[in-house]
Each structure stands twice: as structure tokens, then as C-alpha cells.
Ligand binder design. Structure first.
Ligand code: GDP
Ligand code: MN
Length: 434
């Protein structure tokens, strides 16, 4: 047994000096080494297992002749929009019609919490190539939940606005985020569809989308598709990750690789780690959320997953915590964490071949070499950028020299190629002995 001994002497200056015996120093060294090893093992536990093959290839890497004869999926494009956003909405619709829907003619469902104006309806009716539908969101899906103390919630919203949290002082923004997080999926207006493609005003599509993404999502057994992933604004949702992690634990939901890819494991040693849970964006054990989420203004996803029991139960639980109003939880973060909790990695698809812009974020693939189908009679003839080595885009009208302004996304870790290769603990130990 090691006896810890120390004595207190004085420096010549008169300050106390702690001298440690050899055994004490050895013991402290041992404690330090154990702590470092424990942290290492802990972070290894969160390391994402590399798949032995690429889990999410692009559906196509060059232009295709649009399959206009192919049967369509039960799908619709959906846009929630205000009357005063008409011009920006028109820009989006013109762009998606030019780059995709002129061949496939999927219906476009416009949703609004207020009745659409005649002008809005007539402009859209003359722009779409398929059917346009105009639906009113029921008040019960838009306003505060009935159990909530509205005065209290309004005061919380005001305080968030005064604290300068992005959009958090706008009551309607909270309603919108809550709506898109859960109630949207159970709308009567969407009952007939299995798939939705979410669009927003002020969006550009830059490349021709010559295949039917709904058909490909079905064929490849995907649930959710995105174009851009980026970090969430931390002050909007300090307790969201904790609530999600608590739900996962209390329902004994097994940890998926996607969930691991979302977690930023704590580097704090064991006994101190759990104190980290006092901070925002941490689970009960002190591990954190990377804040990475899929940007939900673009989504192509399976409605059955989101209106299913599993997701809706999770949404009801989140709703009951009041976080959509007492904080400003965004639907993008809610969707992403839910998907990562509930799905295996291969069900999420990155549409990296789509050229897309909203606000100041974009993704732009380079044009595929020898893949532009120059003799096609259906594809647009307008000017497009030169082809580039490694490009996968079709007739993109944006410069593919920088593919996106967020170079990485959270599930990069799951990709097979050598990038982000991390050793498992077993491999690490084996490599020592080889
Ligand atoms: P951001 O993308 O987070 O900056 O939020 P946006 O202002 O773009 O809103 C997201 C989507 O919800 C857009 O399609 C908006 O048109 C829509 N939206 C936001 N607030 C309202 C609202 O009060 N009423 C309606 N009808 N649509 C809204
Ligand atoms: Mn937007």
C-alpha cells in the first residue's frame, strides 16, 4: 500500500513549499495516467465505426434523360409562405420548375396560417406546371398548445427578443418552428402523400435535376435527404439536446452511429465529466452535441416516418417541455436530432449533386466531365459552367470551384473514404503489437 506523505516547508521568500515523497509523486502520476486513459477510452467509445463501403453514394453523377414516362411517387412539393412573400416565392417556383418540375409536374402545396390572396393564387396558378394547391393551416396546429400559460410564454418570448436571440422575439417564428417540427406531418392536406419536398421563398436551384428524387429515395430505402448541414445557433436551444438525450435514455433507445456522429464526447475526466451537464447542449453524463444539423428549408423526406408513432411520440414529449416557446427550438435541429436518434446511417441521403442556395448558404457541385448530355432535347440550353474533374452536377449555372460554403457536415465521419478515419480501440491495441 502506498502511503501518501508530504510536508510543508518554507521557500527562502517565506512562502510555503509543498514537498512530496517519491511514493506520493508516483501515486499522483498513476492517478493522472488513469485519468488520461479513461478519457481516451471514453472518447473511443463515441468514435464512429467506419463502414466497409460507402453508405450514401449520389443517386446519379451526371445528367440523365428525364424519365417522363416513369410512374410518379405519391409526393408533393410543399411551401409554407406568407402573402407578402409572393415575389420571393415566385422566384423559388420558377427555379424549381426550370430545373426539375417542368419534366415531372409534381403538385405544389402552398400552406399559410392566413388565407391566400387572389393575387398569390393567380400568380402561382400561372407559374406551376402541375397542380397548385392552397391550404390554410388549422389554428390548433399554429397557436400555443392549450395547456400552456400564454402570458408566461409571451413574456419568455419577449425576454428572448430582448436578449438578441435570432428571431426569438417573434411569436410567429415560434409557432412556425413548432408547426414544422410536428404538426405539419399530420395535416389533412398531406394525407394523400408519402413524400414531401420542402421549399421556401428565396431559393435558387442551380443545376438540372434530371432524375426523380422521390423514386430514387424509395429505391434506395432512404428516409431523409438534405443539401446543407451547419451548426445551430447555440442560444436558441440550450436544453434541446439534453431533453432529447434524456428521452433516448428513458426509452432505452440504442445508440446509433448517427447519434454518435452528433455527439462531441467530453474530454473532462470521469468524476468531473458529469458536472459538464450543468452547461447547455450536454447530456446527463456531460457529453455534448456538436450543434450540427441539417438545414430544413430544403428537405426531401418520407412523411410516414414523421407522422409515425415513434416520431410523433417524441415530438409530443418535446412539445410538453415547452421548449418551442420558453426557448426557440428550430425544426431543423429537432428533425436532425430525432433522425440521428432513430435511424441507421444509410437512411439519410446527402443530395450533393444539387446546386442550392438559400440566404447566404449554398452548395454547388462542379459539372460532371462528359456527363452533360449535350444532345438531349429536353434539358435547358442556357449557359452553364465548364465541366471539372470530380464534378457530379448536371448543367449547373454556378461555379463549382467551391462546392459549398460549409465544407463539412456532421455525417462526414460515416463516409468510407480514408478521410476522418478513426481507429477502434481493438484496432488501436492490435496496431501496438503488430
Ligand atoms: P429562416 O429560414 O429560419 O430564416 O425562416 P423564414 O423566415 O425563412 O421562415 C421559414 C419558412 O416559414 C418560410 O417558408 C416562411 O415563408 C415561413 N413562415 C415563417 N413565418 C411565417 C408566418 O408567420 N406565416 C406563414 N404563413 N409562413 C411563415
Ligand atoms: Mn428561410
Amino acid at each position: 500500500m502506498v502511503r501518501l506523505r508530504s510536508s510543508l516547508r518554507l521557500y527562502p521568500s517565506g512562502l510555503p513549499r509543498l514537498t512530496l515523497s517519491r511514493h506520493t509523486r508516483l501515486a499522483l502520476l498513476l492517478v493522472l495516467a488513469t485519468a488520461i486513459l479513461e478519457v481516451f477510452l471514453h472518447t473511443q467509445n463515441w468514435a464512429v465505426r467506419q463502414p466497409d463501403h460507402e453508405l450514401d453514394e449520389p443517386f446519379y453523377t451526371s445528367c440523365q434523360e428525364p424519365a417522363i414516362e416513369q410512374p410518379r411517387e405519391k409526393a408533393a412539393m410543399v411551401m409554407l409562405v406568407r402573402n407578402q412573400e409572393l415575389m420571393k416565392a415566385l422566384k423559388t417556383i420558377q427555379s424549381i420548375e426550370k430545373h426539375f418540375n417542368q419534366w415531372y409536374h409534381y403538385p405544389i402545396v402552398f400552406l399559410n396560417d392566413e388565407p391566400f390572396t387572389e393575387e398569390f393564387i393567380s400568380v402561382m396558378n400561372t407559374t406551376v406546371s402541375g397542380e397548385a394547391r392552397f391550404e390554410l393551416v388549422p389554428k390548433k396546429d399554429w397557436l400555443f398548445p392549450e395547456w400552456m400559460d400564454v402570458t408566461d410564454a409571451k413574456a419568455a418570448i419577449k425576454a428572448q427578443g430582448q436578449a438578441g436571440i435570432l428571431y426569438a422575439g417573434l411569436e410567429t417564428y415560434h409557432h412556425m418552428c413548432r408547426f414544422y417540427s410536428g404538426k405539419f406531418y399530420t395535416l389533412e392536406a398531406l394525407k394523400a402523400y408519402k413524400w414531401y419536398w420542402r421549399i421556401e421563398p428565396d431559393v435558387n436551384f442551380y443545376c438540372s435535376i434530371t432524375y426523380d428524387p422521390f423514386v430514387e429515395m424509395t429505391k434506395h430505402d432512404k428516409v431523409y435527404g438534405f443539401t446543407i448541414a451547419l451548426p445551430e445557433e447555440p442560444r436558441t436551444c440550450p436544453s434541446l439536446f439534453r431533453k432529447m438525450a434524456d428521452y433516448k435514455e428513458s426509452n432505452n433507445i440504442l445508440t446509433t452511429e448517427l447519434w454518435k456522429a452528433t455527439v462531441a464526447a467530453s474530454w473532462m475526466p470521469w468524476p468531473l465529466r458529469s458536472f459538464m451537464s450543468w452547461f447547455g447542449h450536454r447530456d446527463r453524463f456531460g457529453d455534448g452535441w456538436s450543434l450540427c444539423h441539417y438545414w430544413s428549408n430544403f428537405e426531401i423526406a418520407n412523411l410516414d416516418f414523421f407522422r409515425g408513432k415513434e416520431y410523433q411520440r417524441l415530438f409530443e414529449y418535446l412539445d410538453k417541455t415547452g421548449g418551442f416557446y420558453y426557448e426557440r427550438w428550430g425544426d431543423a435541429a429537432v428533425h436532425s436530432l430525432a433522425l440521428h436518434m432513430l435511424l441507421p446511417s444509410h437512411k439519410v441521403h446527402h443530395f450533393e449533386d444539387f446546386g442550392y442556395r438559400h440566404d447566404w448558404f449554398y452548395q454547388c457541385p462542379a459539372n460532371a466531365p462528359d456527363g452533360q448530355l449535350l444532345h438531349s432535347k429536353l434539358l435547358p440550353i442556357g449557359p452553364f459552367y465548364p465541366e471539372r474533374e470530380g464534378g457530379i452536377g448536371c448543367r449547373c449555372e454556378c461555379d463549382g470551384s467551391r462546392t459549398r460554403n460549409f465544407p463539412a457536415y456532421c455525417t462526414d465521419k460515416l463516409k468510407k473514404p480514408n478521410t476522418a478515419r478513426r481507429l477502434s480501440m481493438v484496432e488501436f491495441v492490435c496496431s501496438w503489437f503488430s
